[in-house]
Design a protein around this ligand. Structure first.
Ligand SMILES: C[S@@+](CC[C@H](N)C(=O)[O-])C[C@H]1O[C@@H](n2cnc3c(N)ncnc32)[C@H](O)[C@@H]1O
Length: 224
């Protein structure tokens, strides 16, 4: 499986180059990039996934910092966690953070074409992945996340959101995202629901003056 062109072109400095992994694998740095909101957003995502995670949990794409370790800590007896990422260097980094745990599977794969069985996970997490993807890849990622969920399963999404114009970070973030993360402004201009299947039931909250959003999406029990 090749590295997607958008990752190579836009995010080589953040994820692809092994030196980037060594640089960014610092929780204080990720926290700084999120203006001090990493722990708050991480914990909100974990709470939205559930207190004790029975059954099968899927994290779509690795995340710097301790999100996956905290997710693993919530596994109920018999519960399991799979993490899928398109970059082997990221999976190797995660393996160093979570050595030898048979409950955790590290899977090499593309979020937009998951090699996973339909209806096989109780819940899934997308933490700051969608803003990094071109619209068509984003749409397929969401469709794949919904496909692999069991009926009644839950997808939690945490990502950027357009803040009010009077937000003190409106202009700085506009400049940062325009320069470094060109696909992210899609999430300022469009509701994530536009890329979701129409029958998905969702709830949303925003944080930090609207700069971030969290969506909880429930897969319909009876498919139309
Ligand atoms: C979840 S996002 C960003 C998370 C957050 N900014 C952080 O602190 O790490 C980064 C991850 O997404 C992965 N990724 C990007 N595109 C992907 C795709 N199409 N399929 C699977 N993983 C992907 C990258 O390899 C990287 O490990």
């Amino acid at each position: 499986m090749g590295v997607p062109a958008y990752l190579l072109r836009t995010y080589w400095w953040a994820y692809v180059d092994p030196r980037a992994v060594r640089l960014f694998e610092r929780q204080w740095l990720v926290n700084l990039i999120l203006w001090g909101n990493f722990a708050r957003l991480r914990d909100a995502a974990l709470d939205a996934l559930g207190g004790r995670l029975a059954g099968r949990t899927l994290q779509i794409a690795c995340v710097y910092g301790d999100l996956t370790a905290r997710l693993r800590a919530r596994l109920a007896p018999g519960g399991s966690l799979d993490v899928v990422d398109v970059l082997r260097v990221q999976l190797e980094n995660l393996a160093r953070k979570l050595p030898g745990d048979p409950r955790v599977g590290l899977l090499h794969g593309d979020s937009s074409a998951l090699d996973l069985e339909s209806g096989s996970y109780d819940r899934a997490l997308l933490f700051f992945l969608l803003h990094e993807q071109p619209a068509e890849v984003r749409r397929r990622t969401l469709s794949e996340a919904m496909r692999v969920l069991k009926p009644g399963g839950r997808l939690v999404i945490v990502d950027y959101h357009r803040p009010a114009r009077c937000h003190p970070l409106f202009l700085p973030m506009l400049a940062i995202l325009k320069t470094l993360e060109p696909f992210a402004l899609d999430l300022w201009r469009h509701d994530i629901a536009e890329w979701l299947p129409p029958d998905a039931a969702l709830s949303r909250c925003t944080a930090f003056g609207g700069l971030y959003q969290m969506l909880t999406v429930r897969k319909a029990v009876c498919e139309a």
